[in-house]
Write a protein that binds this ligand. Sequence first.
Ligand SMILES: Nc1ncnc2c1ncn2[C@@H]1O[C@H](COP(=O)(O)OP(=O)(O)O)[C@@H](O)[C@H]1O
Ligand SMILES: [Mg+2]
Length: 243
Amino acid sequence: MTDAPLIRLTNITKVYQMGDMEVRALDGVSLEISRGEYVAIMGPSGSGKSTMMNVIGCLDTPTSGTYELNGKLASAMTDDDLAQIRNEEIGFVFQTFNLLARTTSLQNVELPLIYAGKTPAQRHEMAHKALENVGLGTRADHMPNQLSGGQRQRVAIARALVNDPSILLADEPTGALDSKTSIEIMALFEELYQRGNTIILVTHEEDIARHAHRIVKLRDGKIIHDEPNTPITSEQHLANLSL
Ligand SMILES: Nc1ncnc2c1ncn2[C@@H]1O[C@H](COP(=O)(O)OP(=O)(O)O)[C@@H](O)[C@H]1O
Ligand SMILES: [Mg+2]
């Protein structure tokens, strides 16, 4: 263990060339996130949230600036090295779950373990445990279409965490869920945070961001706000719904 932050972005820019036009999707972003933090990245559509998530998740490299992840200089890596660091360090959760359709919950969760070179017996045990950790121990043999939206997202979260990554990175994880189910997923995130996971939640919804312990706001590719937050509880959020 070191005292260095898990994530350190220094003066990051990402510029897209669109014909004669330059789009500065990220425009001088500096940010540090420590192990064990739960941070929401907020901002309106087009503010640069997904671009930032792609850089943090090693899916894309910045135009300029440096990105250090767990002490490694990710901004200078080749695609192969990025793919490896991504597999080891990042668990992704997406708005649309991205589960394989004709594949059981258990097999979906086992998938990252195949790439990680685990034996079938190890895979089975680790995937079962990951499903139990999200409250789906009894749904291991269900196909995605036999599960509710919230349950599907839980399977995706189990898959993201099965390799014990350094960071859980979730891009609009409640975007396809109704309000009540969204709150259940936020309750699970709080539980995962309490167990020591580092969580980065990307959302344009104020209500959802209020579950995090720190809120970073983007506008036009710049950070305009970065403050600790006293999280709303799921009970409070539920009570607000019926006001
Ligand atoms: N591949 C791309 N090519 C060109 N422009 C892009 C690309 N990806 C994003 N952008 C532009 O960068 C800006 C930020 O986009 P994005 O990061 O997707 O924002 P958000 O996720 O907050 O909606 C927007 O103006 C968008 O149009
Ligand atoms: Mg986006």
